[in-house]
Design a protein around this ligand. Structure first.
Ligand SMILES: Nc1ncnc2c1ncn2[C@@H]1O[C@H](COP(=O)(O)OP(=O)(O)OP(=O)(O)O)[C@@H](O)[C@H]1O
Ligand SMILES: [Mg+2]
Length: 246
C-alpha cells in the first residue's frame, strides 16, 4: 500500500491525533467559536512550516487586516514581517478594512460584491503556484460563504474553493465560525466538503469551562475522535492528546 505523506500541523499534540499529521495536499477545515484560536492555529501552522520544514506559507485573510494579525501573533514571538521579507510568509490581505497600496487610502469595500471578492480570493490562491508556498491558511471563509444563502450555490462555491486549494499542491487549513455548539451541535455544510475537519470549542465540564479540540474527520487517516483539552499559552496552541475531558 502506498504510504501517505504527512505534513506536521505544528500544533503540539494534534499530530498524535492524526497518525502523524495532515495528508499532504489536503484541505482541512477548522471550525471554531469566537476566540477559540482559529487565527493562532493558522499562523502556527505556517510558522512551523517555515521554521521547522523550510516550507513557505500563504496567509489569505478575509476578516482581519494584515496589521492586526502581525501585531497579535507577535505576542507569541512570531516575527511575521521578518519572514515576509525573506519571501517565506506571503500575505493576501482581502479583509474589508485592508489598507491596500499606500496604507493611507480609505478602506476598499469588497463586501456585497460577490463575484469580485470570490474571484479575488481564488486568484490569490492561484498565485501560490508562482510563490511556491507549500502551506496555505485561509481565515475565515464564513463571510464569503454567507454571501451565498442558496445552499446549492454555496455548495458549489465551497467546492470551487477546496478544488482550487487542492490544485496548488499545498496543504491547506481554512477556518470557519462554529454556528452551533455543545455536545450535540449540528454539522455545517463545509464539514462535508472538506477533506478533514477539526472543531475548536469551549465546553462546560463539571463546574469549569474547558477549551476542547476534536478531530471529526481526516481522509486517508486513522484518527483519535475523542475531545481533547487544549490551551493557548505564550507558545501558541497546545493539545493534551492523552487527557480526557470527562
Ligand atoms: N499571548 C497569549 N497568551 C495566551 N492566550 C492568548 C494570547 N493571545 C491570545 N490569546 C487567546 O487567544 C484567543 C484569540 O485567538 P484567535 O484570535 O486565534 O481566536 P479566533 O478563533 O481567531 O477568534 P475570532 O473568532 O475573534 O476570529 C483569545 O481569546 C485569547 O484567549
Ligand atoms: Mg480570528
Amino acid at each position: 500500500m502506498l504510504k501517505v505523506e504527512r505534513v506536521s500541523s505544528g500544533i503540539p499534540g494534534l499530530d498524535d491525533m492524526l497518525s502523524g499529521g495532515i495528508p499532504r495536499g489536503r484541505v482541512v477545515l477548522v471550525v471554531g467559536g469566537p476566540g477559540t484560536g482559529k487565527t493562532i492555529l493558522c499562523s502556527q501552522f505556517l510558522m512551523s512550516g517555515i521554521k521547522d520544514h523550510d516550507e513557505a506559507g500563504l496567509f489569505v485573510t478575509l476578516d482581519e487586516s494584515r496589521e492586526h494579525i502581525v501585531r497579535e501573533m507577535a505576542s507569541f514571538g512570531w516575527n511575521i514581517p521578518e519572514y515576509e521579507k525573506e519571501g517565506k510568509w506571503i500575505f493576501a490581505d482581502l479583509s474589508p478594512i485592508s489598507q491596500a497600496g499606500t496604507g493611507t487610502k480609505p478602506a476598499k469595500q469588497t463586501i456585497g460584491k460577490k463575484e469580485f471578492s470570490l474571484e479575488n480570493v481564488l486568484d490569490s490562491i492561484r498565485t501560490v503556484s508562482r510563490s511556491k508556498a507549500k502551506r496555505i491558511a485561509l481565515d475565515t471563509v464564513t463571510s464569503l460563504a454567507f454571501q451565498y444563502p442558496d445552499i446549492v450555490q454555496r455548495r458549489s462555491v465551497l467546492l470551487e474553493f477546496i478544488e482550487t486549494l487542492s490544485s496548488t499542491g499545498a496543504t491547506s487549513i481554512m477556518t470557519t465560525e462554529l454556528r452551533t455548539s455543545g455536545l450535540e451541535r449540528s454539522v455545517q455544510l463545509e464539514e462535508y466538503l472538506a477533506h478533514g475537519v477539526v472543531v475548536l470549542q469551549t465546553l462546560q465540564v463539571g463546574k469549569s469551562i474547558t477549551r476542547v479540540l476534536q478531530v471529526e474527520k481526516m481522509r486517508e487517516t486513522p484518527i483519535d475522535t475523542q475531545m481533547r483539552p487544549y490551551r493557548i499559552t505564550e507558545n501558541g496552541i497546545e493539545v493534551y492528546s492523552r487527557e480526557s475531558i470527562f
